[in-house]
Design a protein around this ligand. Sequence first.
Ligand code: FUC
Length: 794
Amino acid sequence: MNKETQEHPWKLIYNQPAAIWEEALPLGNGHMGAMVFGGTAREQIQLNEDTLWSGFPRDTNNYEALRYLKRVRGLVTEGRYAEAEETINARMLGVNTQAYLPLGDLYLEHDGAENFSHYQRELDLDSGIAKVSYHTKTGEFTREAWISAPDGVCVIQAKSSVKGGLQLALSLDSLLKHSVELKGGNGLVLKGNCPTHIADNYHKDHPGAILYEDGLGLTFELHLQVILTGGSVEYTDGKLVISGADSAQLLLAAGTDYEELRSRASHLKKRSTAKNGNNLSLAESCEARLAAAAAKSYEELRDRHTEDHKRIFRRVDMDLGGRERDGLPTDERLMKYKAGQEDPALEALLFQYGRYLLMGSSRTGTQAANLQGIWNHHLTPPWNSNYTTNINTQMNYWLAEVGNLSELHEPLIDMIREVSETGARTAAVHYGARGWVAHHNVDLWRSSSPSGGDASWAFWPMGGVWLCRHLWEHYSFNPDAAYLAETAYPLMKGAALFCLDWLVEGPDGLLVTNPSTSPENRFMTKDGQPCSVSMGSAMDMSLIRELFEHCLHAVRILGVDSEFQQQLEEALSRLSPLKISNDGRLQEWNEDFAESEPGHRHVSHLYGLYPGEFINGRDTPELLEASRLSLQKRITSGGGHTGWSCAWLINLYARLKDGEAAYGFVRTLLSRSAYPNLFDAHPPFQIDGNFGAAAGIAEMLLQSHLGEISLLPALPDAWKNGSVKGLKARGGYELDIEWQNHKLVSAVIAASRDGICRLNYQQQELKVQRSDGTLLPAGNALEMKAGEVYLVTV
Ligand code: FUC
């Protein structure tokens, strides 16, 4: 259902340059990222490269940890939770992950542009091109910029309306150790080194937070080449000075020697899908990309980029009404929205922006989207801009499948494969267990050990188990037995083997995790102390149950591993179940503890409601009710206060089929947690909320868990008339849905595989016809063949 044309523009529009980074506009191809400020006298384009991290391949495992496991288990069994926590903190943790770093900046100084008028800048999500235009007394100046996935370069064109009117001074800079030199008369090369260590410096108390060591960290290069129409370029004071040109085309390529460093480390295997995984040196690879791009005309480069971009972006369209505001400046719309104005088109823009941002930060062969996607300008970024795998990394990919961006899931799947390799060592070293394990932080070097710090976040050997959900989701939306057999199942099996070894018998004879935490939350011990370590947290048990069930499903589909199947079935039957507290809430821990922070931002115990699915009205109505109560209590106690936490609430309420509550949190997120460029505010900027909110909006319109496709399951009053086209559903379906006066008008379903498609629209009987007009007998279970398209009406 790829669209030839897009009916409405999808644009972020501003009438002034960005004054702060969070007003600049993001570009990206998964490998390079850029933030375009749109300055006049001085334009700044801040750049990123996806493999530019601090650190080097090293072993972060704690070889002493296993010595204390038995002792800690005993303490937990005796209810001596605080002592168990102390022992973990002192003996069983590892070291922090490394940081994702900024590459550098391109500056364009435009003499005479201090005074300007008719200013406009925009980001067109549909073409993936950012534009700036303004007038000075000499004429009109325009710039456009994009980052091409097919050509692997960033392209910027600066143009003057007056012949020979372009005077620009170009320079490159970086916060990292670097030097800049002239290349070939019309280019610059910035060469730099990365620190070997960036320390978490949240409290600004680390005197050596940025450590360089000769010959140890990554090296990187950023190449710039200028192609002029008219005029001339000369090199002065480290800058390329363009005079008298009609237009200038700037090409940028960047890279690091990450693959080389990786291949030298015995504990890291060679990457199979690396973008720069050829035999070229770093410099040669940048030069080759620039030369190939320079050999193409500007129009050809632009066409290749827009064709590639639109091919993906246009798979989905959304109209929630109110599109007459689409031509207005985004920051003004946001201010009015914050003041209470309705703007459903801004909500649709937030959804499409989520899709755009995933395209910018996660493409085949690149690194997965980190805490800031691919956009970071800090040398010591918040939380190291790493992969936080106790919610944030997973939330980044909630949108991937339903948002018809399945192939953008691949970088995460690559990362899971790589973490399973380091994680197999961590499973053995830390826990004496089979399979593989990951904790709450992962970095470029695929650190799988616990980080340093505090057990409440660092001790959580379930990161890999949660990541495995994504392997299964990718299969559910794109059922492909080869992918299941070769990629998903072996990784899931490895994580399940770890869980089989990790589970122990609790006092009631049922299987639990011990020691166990519930991400970042604490309970009150009998002595009134906040503590995080006990046994069998709801999230641990939910994740393990789900993984075992997915593995069993896979085993049946693939017809393999009957012995393993038996072990899983037997363990499943003995897993400690979720519990309901005295006051009717879903218990976060195995015991009915009081929470130390009742409004905590994590809602880990509700995992089974979303993203999981085993808490639902059909199979577990009591747990569903208890989840609803837990959610209410969290929220009335102040929960949902960070961007991502609020985004999770949208999805949870969508699953509770409470469209009004879900919508309330869409409004909260956009009003409270969006910067002027619509980046999500934790605060500070953290991209998970963008992806989580977009996923939540989709979840309000379409759900496909529990073996059926549910149309408009949580449609709020605010979206009276509308349509969405191209969302994906589990089982390999694509849907267009239209509604009027809050009622379904029609749905078009396209099947990519043979199968039974079960539909649900408010339990009503639906009319179904084939594309040739033949009506099907009444009933909501449609037997569809690959390639068939059905029209459904009420
Ligand atoms: C988790 C969250 C924090 C933050 C961090 C990156 O630890 O609890 O709120 O999002 O990840």
